[in-house]
Ligand binder design. Structure first.
Ligand code: ZN
Ligand code: ZN
Length: 426
């Protein structure tokens, strides 16, 4: 894929005082772009004076810059002030807005404010940086002053950065938040969200400004399902929150609602989280592929509670909201107790954590863990067995291989509306 474009342009004097555009093609999978342009703004002339040579600089050319997306939207304009601009989905040079770099026909706005009589040569140089898989750390469940938290989104964002997070979802109770209203914090992707909060269960709708029309409340199950269906249709990631949290258990029937991931670790590790893990295990053994995630449910500072406790780690193709949420939907995620907890890499051939591979063609999984401490053990739990594959004798990085012996799905039956768990998991 070409990562650099050079577009030369000659502007005649006759075009002085007019605007026109210079098209270019944005290739697919671009994460960020830099656009530079150069021309002789000043013409120099030398004149002999009594004691030597005098060089005069005269402003002969002034060319303005702007950018238009394939949808015809002005992404930004900077007059003749900036010779270089940067744009990605999460950051941009002031005067330009961060936006999705969608493939297609983009246009550079050329403003020929001043052109010398002999015309001017302008060179535009565009550099593309393509998306590639990377590990990002974040928190998918936090509250601000907009509901019962104590920090604003900006304060929360700065704390998330201090804890080493790359992304943070703002999920206030029944409060929608638009992406444009969130603060811009360099190095952090803020994900707009809402914790749809009902007396019978909570769910996060992430990544869209307005997951449903009208107010949050719903009395009948049909109305509840309508909220979920609308959120799904509008592209939100639907996360079932803390299914066993005392006082706000998720009591709706998960077989009857669309959802994308199950929150199996909410706040500090407690019995209710183990129960959520057990529910996930039941679903997997039924043959359902259910992505998981964690969230701190952070409201205010308390022992063991801060943004990133626990941390959801994702293998995403960029730091954009869409790519992070897509990674979670694909199951390319794991959860650790803190941002500086151990890292996990799991591969089976070309496949990574969360992918599906055919068995028995692919049987071997390679597991690499970094940041283990002496005495840590690594267990693989399948429908068939629970096996310790590693015991770390000292702190460090370890690699292990696990061979999947067979696949057996067990059939579990649980009553609708309430997941009763078999005691064998405890
Ligand atoms: Zn909740
Ligand atoms: Zn919450």
């Amino acid at each position: 894929m070409q990562d650099r474009l050079e577009l030369p342009l000659f502007i005649e004097r006759e075009r002085e005082g007019t605007y026109f555009t210079l098209p270019f093609t944005m290739p697919p999978d671009v994460e960020s772009m830099t656009l530079r342009y150069s021309y002789d703004r000043h013409l120099k002339s030398e004149r002999a004076v009594d004691r030597g040579t005098f060089t005069a600089r005269r402003e002969a050319n002034i060319i303005d810059l702007g950018l238009v997306s394939p949808a015809g939207v002005q992404v930004g304009a900077s007059g003749s002030d900036k010779q270089e601009i940067f744009i990605s989905e999460t950051a941009a040079t002031p005067g330009y807005r961060p936006c999705l770099l969608e493939p297609g026909r983009w246009q550079i706005i050329v403003g020929a404010y001043k052109v010398a009589p002999e015309g001017v040569n302008v060179t535009y140089e565009i550099t593309f940086t393509f998306k590639k898989m990377r590990l990002l750390k974040g928190d998918l469940h936090t509250h601000t002053v907009a509901s019962d938290g104590v920090y604003t989104a900006a304060e929360l964002g700065r704390r998330a950065l201090l804890h080493g997070l790359d992304f943070l979802a703002i999920t206030d109770h029944n409060q929608m938040v638009s992406r444009d209203s969130l603060p811009r914090i360099e190095g952090l992707t803020l994900i707009p969200g809402i914790e749809w909060t009902h007396y019978r269960g909570h769910a996060n709708f992430l990544g869209v400004d307005q997951p449903y029309d009208g107010p949050f409340f719903a009395n009948t199950f049909e109305e509840v399902r309508e909220r979920f269906r609308s959120a799904r249709q509008r592209g939100a990631l639907i996360m079932i929150n803390h299914p066993f949290e005392e006082g706000c258990e998720f009591q709706f029937d998960l077989n009857e609602l669309p959802f994308d991931c199950l929150n199996i670790w909410n706040g500090p590790m407690r019995l209710q989280n183990f129960r959520a893990v057990a529910l996930w295990q039941e679903m997997l053994e039924e043959g359902k592929k259910v992505p998981i995630c964690g969230g701190s449910d952070f409201h205010r500072d308390m022992p063991f509670l801060y943004p990133g406790a626990p941390t959801t780690c994702v293998y995403a193709r960029s730091a954009s909201v869409e790519d992070i949420l897509e990674a979670i939907k694909q199951g390319h995620a794991y959860i650790i107790y803190a941002p500086d907890g151990p890292s996990l890499e799991m591969t089976a051939g070309e496949a990574i954590l969360g992918d599906t591979v055919p068995w028995p063609e692919v049987k071997e999984m390679e597991i690499t863990l970094d940041g283990l401490q002496a005495g840590d053990t690594v267990q693989v739990i399948t429908a068939r067995e629970s096996k310790t594959i590693l015991e770390a004798p000292a702190s460090g990085r370890y690699r292990a291989v696990y061979t999947v012996p067979s696949i057996i799905f067990r059939k579990f039956i649980y009553p609708p509306g309430r997941h009763q768990l078999t005691s064998s998991y405890f």
